[in-house]
Structure formats: structure tokens, C-alpha cells
Design a protein around this ligand. Structure first.
Ligand code: AMP
Length: 399
């Protein structure tokens, strides 16, 4: 596999798949540019080598071809601001065809060409070979820096790689960071390895838990999903979140963990509330004896202390999903305590990876982003990686 940082892009046109699927308001102002900023190191390395960059991305879910709403032209001025005045940003109003080819041919070293939304063509998501072939004509080297779409076998994320020789396709710096941290946790973890799984639904996390049973030494289960595990053991959970149809499966996962010698840690106590609201009356009680009319909306103080102990004795930590309804101030303490413990363990030398939408949001909200080893930007892709699936975007480059 060719390594991006060891490649000299001088005089080359690099065709870079980025994930610029950013949220825009009704005036087309970008409300969160994290994904654009995440691709900057890759873009800047190519430009400073004396190469030029052709960026391709999707934006939103356009249904019937080109629409102003989903045009990537709305990103040009912001991208220009991010890269600075030394690197001109140009725009091609199509991602394939004559205009794109001409724009690519005219591109000079130090210039960036942003192509129009790939998903204006249905062929992109279908992984169409001839569409991928047309895209490939635009650059000399293919760089995939879109970890967020690595779990899709789309034309620009996977199929296109077949049209480049093995020394002309590689991961960008963002993708390289994501893949190496995910592999460090899943394939090369130092033990003890603790996985912290939270969030609302057991059903979303079954495959991850199953796969982690073969990898982790300890699994902490918090958030709304913990109550399904308590109920599966015949306990009373009041009006807490419960997926009745997953009770047998939760029981089965607990059995499997026992058989494999994996320690499952459930929250022994909870902050309970009389309604799903920040104005609720709250108190603390054992998670396995919640009175009717009350629901567990956060892990309790004992659980925080128990989980902290496990986290602090870990050498590898994976965290996906909040411990409670952290969006409401009254139910933040559990998630915050876990963030603190993960940060502390990291400072002591553990490798910690936070991945998946809401735990990433929580870590950002509580100011712990720089205190963990790696925060993944690829929600769905990271989850599929931890489910043990082969991600087409990774396989296309590696194989
Ligand atoms: P997920 O997308 O599955 O990671 O779930 C994240 C959501 O789970 C967040 O919006 C949390 O508010 C919610 N959540 C966490 N703990 C609980 C709980 N005890 N009861 C209900 N919802 C919860």
C-alpha cells in the first residue's frame, strides 16, 4: 500500500475524494465545517508539494439530478477562506464530462478544483463502473480521504480505485488516521481493552457488542440500552427504555460474555426521573429496581465510580454512545464522568478512541476532544468497522 505522507505530489493532479457533506442553513451558510477542516492537512500537503487538487464529494441526498439546494458551489467561498489566498479555489459545474475534463486540464500547480456534487448522478451510489472510469480521467493519483463514506461501495469511494495502478491510489491523512486508530483498537489492542457502549437502542449496537465479545476484556453498557439488559435478567426497570423484542438477545449476549470470560458492567444505579424532561423530578435508585412511573435517564453515582475504576485500569478504550440523555442538563453527569475518566486514562498512557455520532458530540460539548487519543469523524463507517465488516473504501485501496 502506498503511503500518502511519503508521496511527492509535485506536478501531479491528485483526485481526492473528500466528505464535504456539511450542514447548510437556508441562506447556504455552512453551520458546521468540521468535515471540511478535517480534509485540510491532505489538501495542503498536495499543494505544498507543488501538485494540484481536484476535490470530489457528495452533499445531501439529491433525488433527481442537479438542484441548487445541493450544489457544492455554495462551499467554494468558505473553502477559499480555509485554504487562504495562496491557493485559488475553482469550481466545475459538473463532476464528469467535457467541462470537468477541461477544468482539470487547465488546472495549475497550487490550484484547487472543486467538482459539482457526485450524487447528481445516480451512478455514484450505484457504484457504476463507467461513471467511475469517467471520474478517474480527471486525475493522475487517487486519494481517498472520505472515511465517512468508506462503508459504501460507491463509484468515487471504492470502484474508482480499480482504474488506478497500485502506486497511484492511497488514503489521505484523515483516512489514514481513522483506519490506523480503528485497527489499533480492534486488531492490535493492548489489554485490558474496555469498550464503553451507550446510547438509546440495543438493536443498533448488537453487532458491535457481538464482535467485541471476541476482542474486549471488559464491556461497559450504559445509556438507555442498559435497562433492556437488566430486564433480560428479570429485573424491574419501571418506565425506562426497553426493547421488549430484544430481551432474549440481551440475555444471550450476557451468556456469551460469561462463556468467553468477558466482563460485562451494567450501571448498578441510575438517576431516575418522573418524566422525559429537564424539568422532571429526579432521584437516585438501583437500576434493577426502578419503581413504576419512573425512568432511568442517566447512570448514577455508584455506576460512575464503578465504570471509572474499570476505565482507569484499561490500556485500550473504545467509546461509542452516551451514558444518559446528555442533551438535557439534568442527565449529563454520567456521560461527563465517563469523558473525564477516559481523559484521565489517556493521560496515564491508554489509547482511547471515541467514535459514533452522539459520544463525539458529548466529548466536544464537554471540552474533552483534545484529551482523548482519537475522535473519529466517521459515524456509520466506524460502527461498521467495529461490527467487524470489511469497508469497501478501505478494501479498495488496501487490496
Ligand atoms: P445512539 O444514537 O443509539 O447512540 O443514542 C443516543 C441517544 O440516546 C441520545 O440522544 C441520548 O439522549 C439517548 N439516551 C441515552 N441514555 C438514555 C436513557 N437512559 N433513556 C433514553 N434515552 C437515552
Amino acid at each position: 500500500m502506498y503511503i500518502f505522507s511519503q508521496t511527492n505530489f509535485g506536478g501531479k493532479k491528485a483526485l481526492v475524494r473528500v466528505d464535504f457533506n456539511v450542514p447548510l442553513d437556508e441562506n447556504f451558510t455552512i453551520t458546521d465545517d468540521t468535515r471540511m477542516r478535517a480534509a485540510l492537512p491532505t489538501i495542503e500537503k498536495i499543494l505544498s508539494d507543488g501538485g494540484s487538487v481536484i476535490l470530489m464529494s457528495h452533499l445531501g441526498r439529491p433525488k433527481d439530478g442537479p438542484t441548487n439546494k445541493y450544489s457544492l458551489k455554495h462551499l467554494v467561498s468558505h473553502l477559499q477562506k480555509l485554504v487562504g489566498p495562496d491557493y485559488p479555489v475553482l469550481f466545475a459545474d459538473d463532476c464528469i464530462g467535457e467541462s470537468a475534463i477541461k477544468a482539470s486540464n487547465d488546472l495549475k500547480p497550487g490550484e484547487i478544483l472543486l467538482l459539482e456534487n457526485l450524487r447528481f448522478y445516480k451512478e455514484e451510489e450505484k457504484g457504476d463502473m463507467s461513471f467511475a472510469e469517467k471520474l478517474h480521467q480527471l486525475g493522475d493519483i487517487y486519494v481517498n480521504d472520505a472515511f465517512g463514506t468508506a462503508h459504501r461501495a460507491h463509484a468515487s469511494t471504492a470502484i474508482i480505485a480499480d482504474f488506478f495502478e497500485s502506486d497511484k491510489k492511497m488514503f489521505g491523512l484523515l483516512m489514514e488516521g481513522e483506519v490506523s486508530s480503528a485497527e489499533k483498537v480492534l486488531l492490535k489492542s493492548d489489554k485490558p481493552f474496555t469498550a464503553i457502549i451507550g446510547g438509546a437502542k440495543v438493536s443498533d449496537k448488537i453487532l458491535i457488542i457481538e464482535n467485541l465479545l471476541n476482542k474486549a476484556t471488559d464491556i461497559i453498557i450504559g445509556g438507555g440500552m442498559a435497562y433492556t439488559f437488566w430486564k433480560a435478567q428479570g429485573k424491574i426497570i419501571g418506565n425506562s427504555l426497553c426493547e421488549e423484542d430484544r430481551l432474549p438477545l440481551a440475555a444471550e449476549l450476557l451468556e456469551k460474555a460469561k462463556a468467553k470470560g468477558v466482563n460485562i458492567h451494567l450501571p448498578m444505579d441510575s438517576t431516575i426521573a418522573d418524566k422525559f424532561s429537564n424539568d422532571a423530578t429526579t432521584t437516585n435508585c438501583e437500576s434493577y429496581g426502578i419503581p413504576s412511573g419512573w425512568m432511568g435517564l442517566d447512570i448514577g453515582e455508584k455506576a460512575r465510580a464503578d465504570f471509572r475504576k474499570v476505565i482507569l485500569s484499561s490500556k485500550t478504550i473504545l467509546w461509542n454512545g452516551p451514558m444518559g440523555v446528555f442533551e438535557m442538563e439534568k442527565f449529563q453527569a454520567g456521560t461527563k464522568a465517563i469523558a473525564e475518566a477516559v481523559a484521565e486514562a489517556t493521560q496515564k498512557g491508554a489509547f482511547s478512541l471515541v467514535g459514533g455520532g452522539d459520544s463525539v458530540a458529548a466529548v466536544n460539548q464537554f471540552g474533552f476532544t483534545d484529551k482523548v487519543s482519537y475522535v473519529s469523524t466517521g459515524g456509520g463507517a466506524m460502527l461498521e468497522f467495529f461490527e467487524g465488516k470489511v469497508l469497501p473504501g478501505i478494501a479498495a485501496i488496501k487490496n
